[in-house]
Design a protein around this ligand. Structure first.
Ligand code: NAD
Ligand code: ZN
Length: 243
């Protein structure tokens, strides 16, 4: 393992355009449950019953109850050493951009600046009629919440299954993956598309993929270096060796 970390450090140091892609695993050590894997949210809830536009149309109150529970967890969570290490990599000029599938705000709070949020923001809601956006500093007390402008339903401002990604964020992510000579992939199962395709774009033009995950993922077969372990332990180690 330490040999692999040294290799990863060398690749990162000599990268000319390093981009990172993160998933729920990077926030696991902050106490935010992942969707899949051990202790994943999906073990307790069926995604197709909650994270889809169909589910919301059928029963907005039930979907909002689940989101209120998740919003509370995010508001009470703090960035962990993995978030800080990624922010540090950007600060020292090595990391050019961070693409995240996470809907929490821990990368922002840790200080990451060039951040592309592919799946929206769980601390926001938007009106289903007029698209007005509300930001939560605490979870909504009235469920389901209503738009302050037009009284229509508010929905979580996140991307659900069967929904397209925000166009600008997706385009930016695709451009970054095309430019990246190295991609650091952290804590993602790699099965949610199109995010999971980004490391394959890097491989297509002979870039290098470094993966950090506690277990193998859909990305592992194409990873040039696979670092098995927790992001909160491995990323700070890498940054320490680089500095
Ligand atoms: P996922 O739940 O499908 O997979 C999590 C991955 O993280 C797994 O491969 C797991 O092995 C790995 N992992 C768990 N703990 C880890 C750790 N400490 N260090 C390194 N790796 C660890 O997550 P995903 O791939 O991001 O799935 C996509 C969907 O999940 C996204 O749409 C995202 O919006 C949503 N999601 C986000 C959050 C969040 O914002 N924090 C939480 C749950 C789900
Ligand atoms: Zn409205």
């Amino acid at each position: 393992m330490s040999l692999d970390i040294s290799r990863a450090v060398e690749v990162i140091r000599s990268a000319s355009f390093l981009v990172a892609l993160t998933g729920a695993g990077v926030s696991a050590e902050s106490g935010i449950p992942t969707f899949r894997g051990k202790d994943g949210l999906w073990n307790k809830y069926r995604p197709e019953e909650l994270a889809t536009p169909q589910a919301f149309n059928r029963d907005p109150k039930r979907v909002w109850e689940w989101y209120v529970w998740r919003i509370k967890i995010v508001l009470n969570a703090k960035p962990n050493p993995a978030h800080y290490a990624l922010a540090e990599l950007e600060k020292i000029g090595l990391l050019k951009a961070l693409i995240t599938q996470n809907v929490d705000d821990l990368h922002e709070r840790a200080g990451s600046k060039k951040l592309i949020k592919l799946h929206g923001n769980i601390l926001e809601a938007r009106c289903v009629s007029c698209n007005y956006v509300v930001k939560w500093s605490q979870p909504p007390s009235e469920i389901p919440p209503k738009c302050p402008l037009c009284s229509s339903l508010l929905r979580p401002n996140v991307v659900w299954f069967n929904e397209p990604l925000p166009e600008k964020a997706l385009q930016e992510a695709l451009d970054l993956a095309s430019k990246a000579d190295t991609m650091l992939v952290v804590g993602t199962s790699g099965i949610v598309m199109p995010a999971g395709a980004l490391p394959f774009i890097v491989k297509d033009h002979e870039g290098t993929v470094i993966e950090i995950n506690v277990s193998e993922s859909a990305i592992t077969p194409i990873a040039d270096i696979f670092l098995r372990g927790s992001a909160g332990k491995i990323l700070p180690e890498i940054v320490k060796m680089i500095k």
